[in-house]
Design a protein around this ligand. Sequence first.
Ligand SMILES: [Zn+2]
Length: 481
Amino acid sequence: MLVHQMARRLFRPVLGSAAGRVNARIPPSLKVGREFRTVRSLLRDSSDWPLEKLHAWQLERLRSVVTHAAVHVPGYSRLFRDAGFDPRDIRSLEDVRRLPFTSKEMFRDALADFTSGGPPRFGRMYVTTGGSTGIPFGFNQHKALFDLDAAFVVEAWGLAGFRWGDRVGILRGSFVGTAEAPFRQYNESLYRGLELSTYYLTPESYPRYRNALHAFRPTALHVYPSAGHIFATLAAEAGDAGGFPEIRAIFTASEHLHPWQARSLRKAFPQARVFDLYSNAEKAVFTSWCDRADVHHAWPQYGILEVLDPTTGQDAAEGAVGEIVATSFWNLATPFLRYRTSDRARVGTSPCRACGRPWKTLSRIEGRVQELVVTADGRFISMTALNMHNDLFDHVRQFQFTQREVGRLELRVAPKPDFTPEHQQRIQREMESKLGTAMQLEVIVVDAIPRTRAGKLRFLEQYLPIQYEGGPVDDDSGEQP
Ligand SMILES: [Zn+2]
């Protein structure tokens, strides 16, 4: 307790600017608009709707957003005309399949065409994305969409015990503060937050982070899996595993959560539920883990989520992997309809086997198409398949794959102090057995692995232009950590 009090005293003066302090006093409840409350009550009302009622509601939303696109968005009017599609053709949810596909390239090349000339006229914001897909592009959202999204997040996280306005520690990679005080306290629509800059996080600076968290007393962490993994590793190394009993949940988002990352988080925070959420900047898709199992619920109130077999273009079967194609009900400024996300998932059971909700589930998000490597004989291997479920990387602080040419892969490892040449040989041997003979692997020991400007630690730097069109991709056993 004394340590906490001291930490609080040391920590207070460095909480940032005057503006930051004012911001930190405005409670989350004053930072949301009407849409937040409207959507939140919708989510509460509809949480136990039977399938029939849910489908009727979805059908109405689908018709409404498709009609809006046909009338107000020239790109869609043209697309529908070329495909011989009329919004009146939508008579059941299955008719979503009549809609033509859209892709990142289409929005990138003709954004003006895909922007609504009608509502919403006000509060429009231009948003850019594409860092992780290699296809940078921008689009429009109306401001209310952020509130609306927040309502979904509050309800999703609520399944893991989160209450709106809770204190949350944030490890998401922003540059905040300085090397001496890499923190910023601020409130936003979801929580009262303490942001900790991952950029300055090293074994030497770790104690400052621990003290800052102890002083702030968050009940949850909101992390990029890569940043959370680094923090968890340092905490475990410092003998602090289990030393944050007040943290009851760790919310991962924005990057693919690999099993080894979930495992290191659970090791450092044994009292916390690791809880994954998957969405994208386009706000076309929203899934989060079930309260009773580590499977993703596709929230039916957000939109229609399809997982399509890359070869046939039909719905992928239960247990199979396909591309996520999303139709969002909510973004009217730049509607995303039957949008190919480039993300892949494994189809789970419906209804959910763990909780019984009559929703679609994904037993796993398999990562992005860009998380594939290409062998000399042209096969794709998913990074998920390269997950090691044993102690292979226990003597490594960080690692990163790089592919610059077909059939060759570099693996950089930043070792822990106890790393030996035998550990390096074992990594070489075991990874080679996973990659097969059509991939040459070079293991390179480095001091540190640089993070991207956004503070993410990219697990794979893929320099090849990957076009995923099916084929044998993934032979992972599906084993969970
Ligand atoms: Zn469930």
